[in-house]
Write a protein that binds this ligand. Structure first.
Ligand code: SAH
Length: 350
């Protein structure tokens, strides 16, 4: 069985090459080629032919195909639907911000978490992505779009903390100065609230931003839209966030989707203020993107503004997320589903 070389760290590649009798500096050559987006060992032209053949016998290089690409005429947002080696598809979105281009990447094919408002979880989890498949989204989006990417958010399809080991490996790879060299402070990881993994992540003391999808401060409403809340409820989750801050010194960011009659009630703004008071936190209010399969409706603009004001008046920092790429349906999970319905080429349960 060939091994996935792009999921290996520079040190691991060096050890493998040493076993093949190659000097240490070769590893850097191989590593650099991988991050230039080569798709075969034959393209690594500064290695001897015999080494290229040896590598090809033991390893493979992942490279996704572009199943679909959409560019927003409004704001230049680019959305990719990638076809992975086994035929499954995932999405990424590249957005232009004043602080640099940001890519939103997927961490799993589908998602096991079952949030009621989310398109990514409708078919459940198909499989977790490898580190190389996460890395490829950044590498090939950058190569194809010509947009240098300086920021990464793990907010696409999947629950990153359900794919903990591979996500950590991806973070280590993307951070390597010999590769993409993207600093941890330029990376955000979003979770629906898998508490034991939040605490495990805290122990790694990474300088990334942890985003927590809260969407309601009361257990009744949160459990209704997010099944994860039945395992770890709001107070347990917020305790974990406080611990995360204590251990890492990094302020936690909360995502709060505004759903009409479910998460936008004035008493919820009051309760949220009470629960977050004194905490190093930031709330990002996200207008709900309508998902065809769901009855949930977005809050009115007035309700969002009123909710934000109540938080701010209560001393909680809150912003309303700007919508980018609305003309290309840029919220993650939707392109994959649409494509599956039209052409059914994305394989399931391989
Ligand atoms: N599984 C992770 C990351 C993926 S989702 C998590 O739950 O955080 C990224 C964000 O988009 C989450 O906050 C999620 O709740 C939100 N989201 C999902 N579907 C949405 C929709 N239809 N409208 C608005 N936000 C949505």
């Amino acid at each position: 069985m060939k091994q996935d070389i792009k999921s290996m760290t520079l040190a691991e590649i060096a050890a493998a090459l040493l076993a093949l009798g190659e000097p240490k500096f070769r590893a850097k050559q191989v590593f650099t080629w991988l991050y230039r987006g080569v798709t075969s060992f034959a393209q690594m032209t500064d290695l001897s032919l015999s080494l290229r053949e040896k590598l090809d016998a033991d390893y493979y290089i992942t490279a996704p195909g572009i199943a679909r690409k959409q560019v927003s005429a409004q704001d230049g947002t680019v959305k990719y639907l990638w076809r992975l080696g086994d035929g499954n598809c995932v999405e990424s979105v590249v957005m232009r911000y004043h602080h640099g281009n940001t890519i939103c990447i997927s961490s799993e094919v589908g998602c096991p978490m079952g949030c009621k408002f989310c398109a990514s979880t409708l078919g459940g989890l198909v499989r977790r992505l490898t580190a190389s498949e996460m890395l490829d989204q950044v590498l090939f989006a950058q190569l194809d779009s010509g947009m240098p990417i300086s920021n990464i958010v793990l907010m696409g399809i999947g629950e990153p903390l359900d794919n903990f080991e591979n996500v950590l490996r991806f973070l280590e790879l993307v951070n390597d100065p010999n590769g993409l060299n993207i600093g941890m402070r330029h990376i955000s990881l979003s979770t629906c609230g898998v508490v034991p993994k939040i605490l495990k992540l805290a122990e790694k003391k990474l300088q990334l931003t942890l985003s927590v999808s809260l969407h309601s401060p009361d257990d009744d409403h949160r459990s209704e839209i997010m099944p994860v809340n039945r395992t770890w409820n709001v107070d347990t989750l917020l305790d974990a966030c406080r611990k995360y801050f204590e251990i890492t010194g990094r302020r936690v960011s909360f995502e709060y989707t505004m759903i009409r009659g479910v998460s936008d009630l004035p008493e919820q703004a009051k309760l949220l203020t009470k629960k977050l008071r004194g905490m190093a936190a930031h709330v990002n209010l996200i207008p709900l993107n309508r998902v065809a399969e769901s009855e949930l409706r977005p809050s009115t603009r007035e309700a969002v503004a009123a909710f934000q004001k109540m938080l701010e008046d209560g001393g909680v920092t809150a912003t309303v997320r700007r919508t980018l790429g609305s003309d290309i349906d840029a919220s993650c999970g939707q392109l994959r589903r649409q494509y599956e319905k039209e052409e059914t080429p994305c394989r399931h349960g391989a």
